[in-house]
Design a protein around this ligand. Sequence first.
Ligand code: GLN
Length: 474
Amino acid sequence: MKKFSALTEIQSRLANSELNLPDLLAYYFEQIEKNQHLNAFNEVFFHSAKLQAAAVQEKLAKGNAGKLAGMVIGIKDNICYQDHQVSASSKMLENFVSPYSSTVVNRLLQEDAIIIGRLNCDEFAMGGSNETSYFGVVKNAVDNERVAGGSSGGSAVAVQADMCLATLGTDTGGSVRQPAAFCGCIGFKPTYGRISRYGVIAYASSFDQVGTLTSSVTDAALLLEVLSGVDDNDSTVANISVPSYSEHLSQGEKKKIAVLKETIENDALDPEIKTAIEASIEKLKAQGHEINYVSFDLLAYLVPAYYVLTTAEASSNLSRYDGVHYGYRNTQAESLNVLYKQSRAEGFGEEVKRRILLGTFVLSAGYYDAYYQKAQQVRRLIREKVEALLAENDFLLSPVTPTPAFKIGENIQDPLVMYMADIYTVLASLAGIPAVALPLGNNSEGLPLSVQLMTKHFNEQGLLNLSYSFLNEV
Ligand code: GLN
């Protein structure tokens, strides 16, 4: 079977009976089997996926199948699916079975998607290389010595190596966009408040957002329209109507695109990424868009503000893993205090502990004003600056990452190097705006390159349209 890059291709083959869902699913199972060495899946849902394939095939015969009939999708292992395990790639939640489904899973199933399995990620989504997972590193399919990116590394490689059509990831500071960039897929992070977080294991609640990894803009649009919109179980979802994004994909409108100068004129930026981005700017110009080079002078504050705020939120969110309510529990402890301490000491990995400690520190009396409160103020400044730029321009453009996929083990010993690599993605997360990573082909070593586009809050349609025309997906 050849690789499908959009659901429309699958649906037209299903419609004229050249393909059926059990066969399609068997194909993806084979692909997973062949690519086991990449370590993308924490678990394949053989049983429930087969049942769903048979049920949807029947609906297709009756003509009452949903929008996502034919979509075989993987979910990051921090998204709850009733009666299935969910681990956040942590020892803390190893063997934990979710008693309920997240809103995003319910919405996928309502539209007849088939959920094929749960995907490896950094532990509790903390990381940018998938090296902090308790279940081992995910390897990049184009070079097995290199990382897939993170934290949604499994989600990116599953699409890259054709183990399913699309995947869900979560993006707190780049975890959908950065692995998409490292693996040559389209990584879409919507506006904070577009998609419900109910049933998504929390890392930093004022940043976390579900996003998609796909091979086509059309699939990103379709998934977004299914997943978005108000939810009684998450009051942070905006009560703003959800357009049928996929039906309104269009091209031709001329837009104003602001290139963030400092992100490109930066010594740390890989020269081949720079060249590819310059070429993408030329392409946008040739497509008739207006390009403005603008200054973004807050670049140096992005990573510090992001890591103060997200670790603070993480330290609070992760306090629930106490050895009593969920998951891992030390069995030797003779007092409650020791039980808490030992369970947490043994259940969490190094990076998660580092962040809990950092978060507790920035929130502690005496340091709260200097770190946490200051970072909140900086976040406000960043948001205001972004809004001012987006009042004059329709889109912002920057790299996604300073380098292409790096070698496994190259950065993991140095948390600062790792954190600094998030410099371009955390901007959209701090401001809460939608952003997409779009593939730009490969560098001289065959590694994927990527460009990032961002836009105003809730202008997902505009961002999808620009992506669609930029990639000539017509
Ligand atoms: N690399 C970033 C971090 O470690 C982003 C993670 C994410 O978006 N979940 O926090």
